[in-house]
Design a protein. Structure first.
Length: 498
């Protein structure tokens, strides 16, 4: 009887297990579909940032608004990290459904994307040092002075317009932290950015004054692919509902970005149809034509070429000294020079540029272009020194001994025997390094030098595509590097015949 009961229980367990494994899909627990949204957590609060208490969690008012939108659509929000300048292109590629991270509304955006209703109004404000606050209120007051802002923004367009109208000097940054620190340190004379960013930096570092007058007004929006207009309408329905019930106001208040101006604007949104950004303040072309941007690309190409030539000249000069010291120097000198080469080659050039320009600013305050030349020159000097050292040590020992037997000094041997042959051996690698340096010059945009790649990125952001700007940029780079490579090959061939 016990055996029969045991078998019966085993059979029942088997049947239950079989049913659990073979039950139809609709019997599985339901999970909500995901809503992929993209932003840039590097931009920081109050937009999107990693929670200091738990870096796996995100915080910021765009994070909370994205969560509201997902809930309104019956979905589960999932964040996708992307560089701020690439959010629009990533939406177009389908990397995520919605892009949000302090994205500015502008007329050209509506031609390429389904754009949500503007959920926040920002003001473009000038930040200046306290000593200038009484006399500098507009861009017209900054003739001949350096004005910093973020590239590919409404503020950047305003500064460019002021360059033509008032002679200001635009300075482009890739982030919103260093413009204000450079303002305090005296590297720039003013910063034009959203009041949200200005007030955040004032709380962080202080040392400057925000002028109360708004030079323009703009709006933050969410962008969806052009074919997602129906989903965009659903997003707008959710946003309007959160406007009416005060949820958006509570979010903005919690992040200390709510004021009377914002309250009036949100009432306007509820009354009116979709308002657009203040196009009168900044005139943006509906389409970014090649003719408009080509002169800027060519000017940036000249900067790239000049920067590369100067940096390579510095790298060659220092590299020769390093190589000579490692071949002819005493042991302590060789150790020091070897340590320099290994440290430089073992750390990223981007880090070296940051340390040189920002890290040493309390000791020496280099202009951006000079810092770029020195940074790239010091970096490539380490690589050049290895080329020259290998070329010097490749000369046969018998030749050197023969020269010493003839009574030549070591300096004469280097100048007449070893050096010329080493130069021939080093020519091809030197050419390769110069071409590499020409391309690596694109990194100096992080210290505010607007070279060819940075200018192309601005063009691509305004045009809404990388196809044409990228092709033009590649053509310009090739037109600079290919003649150099061909000249080096001809020189090698000529030397081979002598």
């Amino acid at each position: 009887m016990i055996q029969f009961a045991t078998r019966l229980l085993s059979l029942a367990a088997l049947l239950v297990g079989t049913w659990a494994c073979t039950r139809p899909p609709d019997a599985k627990p339901e999970t909500r579909p995901r809503l992929l949204w993209g932003g840039d957590a590097e931009g920081g609060a109050p937009f999107v940032e990693a929670d200091a208490a738990d870096p796996t969690r995100l915080r910021g008012f765009d994070v909370e608004i994205a969560t509201m939108i997902a809930q309104g659509l019956g979905r589960e929000p999932q964040f996708v990290q992307v560089a701020w300048a690439s959010i629009e292109q990533s939406v177009a590629r389908g990397d995520f459904t919605i892009g949000m991270s302090g994205l500015e509304d502008r007329p050209a955006l509506h031609e390429r994307f389904a754009v949500s209703l503007p959920y926040y109004e920002f003001r473009e404000v000038l930040a200046v040092r306290a000593a200038d606050s009484a006399r500098v209120h507009t861009l017209a007051d900054l003739r001949g002075r350096r004005v910093a802002t973020l590239g590919s923004t409404m503020a950047w367009d305003m500064v460019l317009a002021a360059k033509s109208a008032h002679g200001v000097v635009p300075v482009s940054y890739d982030d919103d932290v260093h413009p204000y620190s450079d303002l305090v340190s005296g590297r720039v004379d003013a910063v034009l950015l959203d009041h949200v960013l200005a007030e955040r930096s004032l709380r962080r570092i202080g040392g400057f004054v925000i002028q109360p007058e708004a030079l323009a007004r703009g709006h933050y929006v969410a962008v969806l692919a052009a074919g997602d207009s129906a989903l965009r309408d659903s997003v707008n329905t959710t946003l309007r509902a959160r406007l009416r019930d005060g949820a958006l106001e509570r979010v903005f208040r919690s992040w200390d970005v709510w004021d009377a101006s914002q309250a009036a604007y949100q009432q306007q949104v509820l009354r009116d149809s979709l308002p657009r950004s203040d196009a009168a303040a900044v005139e943006r072309g509906a389409a970014a034509s090649i003719a408009t941007y080509l002169p800027g690309l060519l000017r940036a190409a000249v900067i790239t070429l000049l920067l590369s030539v100067l940096a390579m000249a510095l790298a060659v000069a220092i590299g020769i000294g390093l190589a000579a010291g490692r071949v002819y120097g005493a042991r302590p000198l060789r150790i020091v020079l070897t340590a320099y080469v290994e440290i430089i080659r073992g750390t990223p050039v981007l880090l070296q540029l940051f340390v040189l320009y920002y890290g040493l600013s309390d000791v020496v305050r280099l202009p951006a272009f000079a810092a770029a030349v020195i940074g790239l020159g010091l970096n490539y000097a380490a690589y050049e020194s290895e080329i020259y050292r290998a070329a010097l040590e490749a000369i046969p020992t018998l030749q050197l001994e023969a020269a010493r037997t003839l009574g030549l000094s070591e300096l004469q041997i280097l100048r007449l025997v070893r050096g010329p042959q080493a130069l021939r051996l080093a020519l091809a690698p030197m050419t390769n390094d110069f071409v590499a340096l020409l391309k690596d010059s694109s990194l100096v945009s992080v210290i505010t030098v607007v070279e060819l790649t940075k200018q192309t990125a601005i063009y691509a952001t305004n045009a809404g595509t990388w196809a044409i700007p990228g092709a033009l940029c590649a053509i310009v780079y090739l037109s600079m590097s290919l003649p150099l490579s061909r000249m080096a090959r001809r020189l090698e061939q000529r030397w081979a015949l002598t």
